[in-house]
Design a protein around this ligand. Structure first.
Ligand code: GLU
Length: 487
């Protein structure tokens, strides 16, 4: 690896406002920044933008931490709370005032509202007229002496503000379209653009990657960087996320909180893989990627400008792919607490029977899309006796007398086996079928219901093996008793 001086190491950040849960769109933006930092040996920082005291909550901050931790999007350095930096935002705004890059605006709120209403009535977009703020030195001195409140406005220079966006290419805004925007309100609080630029400079951010709903803020922010004498970072605006109907992703489309997916049986690596493909692709058809592969293949060149589509069906498919391919021991570590939570076993017991548990998971994971499904399908391997699904009963146990008879013979044959091995079971039961002149299915299907209560399960010999000899034989005997009683 080539040595990079520490000054060149990229520093990126995720800057959520803690006004709700961690949205999948936010998680996706966090992920792109995280991947960028991992790929280019940089730092990924987290800044909680809690300056809106009214809307920010500790609960939401906690949900952001939890969501990021679940996804494994670990951040470097201490979390930065924007609200703790208002003194610096204030000082930076005043620095701009002193340098002449900004000016005081004493216009009362009511007057601004009147002007705005007038402009609207004319069908014009309201734009603050700088001459309104012009005051003679004497007037200014007088107002300051009277402690009249004023906002600080940025004096937008002439020209064009442009940047090479990492996603969209060159973006340019004529400065004449940008109003002399407020950077410090008359109550002394900074506005969003001032706080963000002040913080991004203080944090040494080299690339700002965020949703493209922020594109219109970027020229203002670039103007602020320049006026503050700071290096302008790179910018990349990643696309919005839509539902399958092409509309902006919202609750109507289903869960939009990362936490909901965590509790719906998704693996974090599948969620990450899915999120990574919302606005990025590796440049070929590869879809299923592990986290190290995502890091390896991530590049800003693969970012798309077009809105991405959030398709929950694809997310479930992706999860199924990951369930099938992760090392089984890793899956066991994920599944053990879920199996415990379902009341089927304990983590300690599963650790003690690690190999057995991994064997069961190997059987179930190829059929499942969600961890919840694995838990459901794992039940027959844990419970003492199973419940019979009425549909399975009416389908496979229609003739109770004949079925109990065949199950009884099946139990006897299995009980006589020397080794509890799939190969021996199969041989024994196929022989039984032959002797009776029936197909193997006529034995295996009723047996499946006896062992699992269901019509679908992993291969019957695998089920026998993992349910175990004693429990299997007992279950078959129970089924026989049940059927005899019902005739
Ligand atoms: N707090 C802003 C948001 O949640 C992000 C600002 C930024 O990334 O610059 O949309």
């Amino acid at each position: 690896m080539t040595a990079v001086s520490s000054a060149k190491r990229p520093r990126v950040r995720f800057a959520p406002s803690p006004t709700g849960f961690l949205h999948v769109g936010g998680a996706r933006t966090a992920l792109f920044n995280w991947l960028y930092a991992k790929k280019y040996d940089g730092e990924f920082l987290l800044r909680i933008e809690d300056t809106d005291r009214q809307r920010s909550t500790d609960e939401s901050t906690r949900a952001i931490f939890e969501g990021m931790e679940w996804l494994g999007l670990t951040w470097d350095e201490e979390v930065v709370y924007q609200g703790a930096n208002v003194a610096r935002h204030y000082a930076d705004a005043h620095r701009l005032l002193e340098s002449g890059a900004a000016y005081r605006d004493f216009t009362p709120q009511a007057e601004l509202e009147r002007l705005r209403a007038e402009a609207e009535a004319r069908g014009d977009a309201f734009k603050f007229d700088r001459s309104l703020a012009d005051l003679s030195d004497a007037e200014l001195a007088q107002r300051l002496a009277n402690h009249e409140p004023y906002a600080i406005r940025f004096r937008v220079p002439e020209g064009t503000t442009e940047w090479p966006d990492l996603v969209h290419g060159r973006i340019a805004f004529p400065n004449k379209d940008i109003e002399d925007f407020i950077i410090l309100r008359s109550d002394g609080t900074p506005v969003y653009n001032m706080a963000v630029v002040s913080d991004d400079i203080a944090m040494g951010i080299t690339l700002v990657m965020r949703g493209d709903d922020h594109i219109s803020n970027t020229p203002k922010q670039i103007l602020l960087y320049r006026a503050l004498g700071a290096d302008v970072p790179q910018f990349g605006h990643v696309p919005m996320i839509h539902g399958t109907d092409g509309k902006k992703l919202s609750k109507r489309h289903g869960a939009t909180a990362v936490g909901d997916y965590q509790h719906q049986g998704l693996l974090p690596q599948a969620m990450l893989n899915f999120l990574a493909l919302l606005g990025w692709s590796p440049g070929d058809d590869t879809e299923v990627m592990t986290v190290p592969q995502l890091i390896e293949r991530f590049s800003v060149h693969g970012l798309h400008a077009k809105a991405a589509v959030f398709d929950t069906k694809k997310l479930e498919w992706m999860n199924g792919q990951h369930l099938a391919q992760i090392p089984v021991a890793e899956l066991a570590a994920i599944m053990a607490p879920l199996v415990e939570r379902a009341g089927l076993s304990t983590v300690a017991d599963l650790e003690a029977r690690h190999e057995w548990f991994c064997g069961v998971l190997e059987l179930l994971r190829i059929r499942a899309r969600l961890t919840d499904e694995i838990v459901q399908q794992a039940k027959p391997f844990f419970v003492e006796s199973v419940e019979y699904d009425p549909e399975a009963v009416s389908k496979q146990w229609r003739d109770a007398a004949a079925t109990s008879d065949i199950l009884d013979a099946t139990r006897e044959r299995l009980a006589s086996l020397e080794a509890w091995e799939p190969a021996a079971m199969e041989e024994g039961l196929r022989k039984l079928a032959e002797e009776r002149g029936i197909s193997g299915g006529k034995i295996f299907q009723p047996l499946r219901v006896a062992l699992t209560g269901l019509t679908v399960s992993p291969g019957i010999f695998d089920v026998l093996r993992y349910v175990g000899r004693d429990r299997s034989l007992a279950r078959i005997a129970e089924a026989v008793a049940y059927l005899r009683q019902s005739t």
